[in-house]
Design a protein around this ligand. Structure first.
Ligand code: ZN
Length: 359
C-alpha cells in the first residue's frame, strides 16, 4: 500500500475492517481535516475480560515518508525489502502489523485480558500531526506502547527529547555586485557568520542542534538582501534546550548587529520531552513481555527523536516506544526481517497477557 503522509485513507479502511473482524469497536476522528489529509486517525476499543485490569493503548502510524510511488515489497530469505527505488515503509507498517497481529492472536487465545485500545495515526512523519490532532476524549487507557522503533526488536525507548524549531530571516541590503558592492550588505555572509557563531551538532549527551535549510539570493550580480533558514534544537533537558535555543537566536542577532542589519527569529515548540522511569509498570511489563517473546535481555534506552509517544505522554497516556528490528528507515535500502515483526507481535500478545493478570 502506498500511503505517504496525508494519503492514509486506503490503509485506514483496511485496518478498520481488520479490527472490526477481531471484535473491536472502531471510529475515526477529525484529524484528517486538521492536517489536510484524506482520513482521520483510526481508533478502536475492545472491552476487557479481566475485571479491574489496566487498560492498554497500542499505537503505530499509518503514513510513511516518500518516495513510495510504485512501491513493491519483496521477500528475500525472510527479509522484506523494497525494489530499491522506494522506501519499504517498515517504519511504521512493521508496527502496524505487529499491533494488528498481536491483538488478533491475544483475542484468539482467549486468556483474560484488559481493555485494549488501538490508535493508528496519520501524518506522524510530517511533525506528529495526527497524534497532535487526535481526539483524546474517547480514550480511557492511561498506559501505552508505540510500536515505532528500529533496532533492537523489543527494545524499549523510555525517554525522548523536546524539540524547538527555528525559522529565521536574515535581512541584508541589496546592491549591484559589480557597480556598487559597498552599498550592499550580503545577507548570505551574515547568515554564514551567524552559523559559525553558534554551537551545532552534538552539544552534549542529551542535546543536539542543526541548521538544516538555507535559501537566499537571486543572481550572482546582486548582493543578496534576504536569507531564510530553518533549524532545530533537541534535548531531553528543558534547561539545556532553552540554553541551546537561546545561543542560536543570539548568534543570529549578534551577526546581524555586527553587519548593521537585522534578523527575525521565530522559535516554535515541535514536541515536548518525556521520561518513563525504569521501575514503572509500563517499562517493567515491556521487559517481561520481551523475555517471554524470546528476547534474552530487552534493551532499555533513551531516544534522540520525537514520536507519537511524546504526544501521548503530553496527553496523560504514559507511553514508551518499542523496537521492531527494521534497518535504514527513511532510505531506499530499508529492510526488516519477518522474524522480527513476528517477535514484536508476540511482545504485544505478552503485554496483553501480563496486564490481564495484574490487579
Ligand atoms: Zn515511524
Amino acid at each position: 500500500m502506498n500511503t505517504p503522509s496525508g494519503r492514509e485513507g486506503v490503509e485506514a479502511d483496511f485496518l478498520e475492517g481488520e479490527l472490526k473482524a477481531i471484535g473491536f469497536t472502531t471510529w475515526r476522528d477529525g484529524a484528517g481535516q486538521t492536517v489536510g489529509g484524506n482520513t482521520g486517525n483510526v481508533l478502536a476499543r475492545l472491552e476487557g475480560t479481566a475485571p479491574g485490569a489496566t487498560a492498554l493503548l497500542f499505537n503505530a502510524h499509518m503514513d510513511t515518508v516518500a518516495p513510495t510511488d510504485a512501491l513493491v515489497v519483496r521477500e528475500e530469505e525472510g527479509v522484506l525489502r523494497s525494489s530499491g527505488d522506494t522506501i519499504l515503509g517498515a517504519d511504521d507498517k512493521a508496527g502496524v502489523a505487529a499491533v494488528l497481529e498481536g491483538v488478533r492472536a491475544a483475542v484468539a487465545e482467549g486468556f483474560p485480558r484488559p481493555t485494549i485500545e488501538v490508535v493508528f495515526t496519520i501524518a506522524e512523519e510530517t511533525g506528529l500531526r495526527g497524534a497532535k490532532a487526535l481526539d483524546y476524549a474517547g480514550l480511557t487507557a492511561r498506559q501505552g506502547y508505540a510500536f515505532d522503533g528500529g533496532r533492537p526488536t523489543g527494545g524499549i525507548v523510555v525517554a525522548a527529547p523536546s524539540q524547538n524549531s527555528l525559522r529565521v530571516k536574515v535581512h541584508g541590503v541589496a546592491a549591484h555586485a559589480g557597480g556598487a558592492p559597498e552599498k550592499g550588505v550580503n545577507a548570505i555572509r551574515v547568515a554564514a557568520d551567524a552559523i559559525l557563531r553558534m554551537p551545532l551538532g552534538r552539544i552534549d549527551g542529551e542535546t543536539t542542534a542543526n541548521i538544516g535549510v538555507i535559501e537566499g539570493g537571486k543572481a550572482t550580480n546582486i548582493v543578496p538582501d534576504l536569507v531564510t533558514l530553518r533549524g532545530e534544537a533537541r534535548s531531553r533537558s528543558e534547561e539545556k534546550l532553552e540554553r541551546q535555543t537561546q545561543a542560536m537566536v543570539d548568534a543570529f542577532h549578534q551577526a546581524a548587529a555586527a553587519a548593521g542589519v537585522s534578523a527575525e527569529v521565530e522559535v516554535a515548540r515541535s514536541y515536548t520531552r518525556f521520561v518513563v522511569e525504569r521501575d514503572d509498570r509500563v517499562v517493567q511489563r515491556a521487559v517481561e513481555a520481551g523475555r517471554r517473546s524470546g528476547i534474552a535481555e530487552p534493551v532499555i534506552r533513551l531516544g534522540g527523536g520525537g514520536s507519537d509517544a511524546n504526544i501521548f505522554n503530553a496527553n496523560g497516556i504514559r507511553s514508551v516506544v518499542l523496537g521492531l528490528g527494521y534497518d535504514n528507515p527513511h532510505g531506499v535500502d530499508e529492510h526488516v526481517p519477518l522474524e522480527d515483526v513476528a517477535i514484536a507481535s508476540q511482545v504485544a500478545v505478552e503485554l496483553i497477557r501480563l496486564a490481564g493478570q495484574e490487579r
